[in-house]
Design a protein around this ligand. Structure first.
Ligand code: HEC
Length: 127
């Protein structure tokens, strides 16, 4: 009896560890629900200008004090999660402030889609 109880506890711990790994993975793989949505990109641009992102990143996100957000050069790997978290939480130790109190998650994704759309336009122009 005792040993089978130990086995259950062990299985429980294993399940917990797997659950935590799953959660960590899910965090890594946040995906923009508005990918490819032109209306969301337009709304994202409006928010980008309204909130003052442009004062550091330029009116077309082409870069100024803050980096260009439309090219393929990024400080960190440009996953949807990275873009979302940077806008939501900011970059500690830099002037890039957190904006989670000013936007809903949907609005952050719309801005993310605006930036993706700018990047796609840029590639079209280069061809
Ligand atoms: C006061 C200036 C300032 C403002 C305002 C600002 N940013 Fe930034 N932003 C920065 C700087 C500087 C960095 C680079 C931080 C670093 O060195 O990691 C950055 C980084 C970023 C990055 C990641 C770039 C990369 O290459 O990894 C994104 C995305 C971004 N900002 C989006 C926004 C959005 C969206 C807004 C408006 C809601 C905004 N920023 C407002 C200065 C600013």
């Amino acid at each position: 009896m005792r040993s089978s109880f130990g086995l259950f506890r062990c299985a429980g711990t294993l399940a917990l560890v797997l659950l935590l790994i799953g959660l960590a993975r899910a965090e890594d793989e946040l995906k923009n629900p508005f990918a490819g949505n032109a209306a969301a990109a337009a709304e994202g641009k409006r928010l980008f200008l309204k909130t003052g992102c442009y004062s550091c990143h330029g009116h077309e996100a082409e870069g100024a004090v803050g980096p260009d957000l439309t090219d393929d050069e990024w400080i960190y790997k440009p996953t949807d999660s990275m873009i979302f978290n940077t806008i939501a939480k900011g970059r500690r130790g830099t002037v890039m402030a957190p904006f989670s109190d000013q936007f809903t998650p949907e609005e952050i994704w719309e801005i993310g889609e605006f930036l993706r759309d700018k990047n796609r336009q840029r590639h079209l122009k280069q061809q």
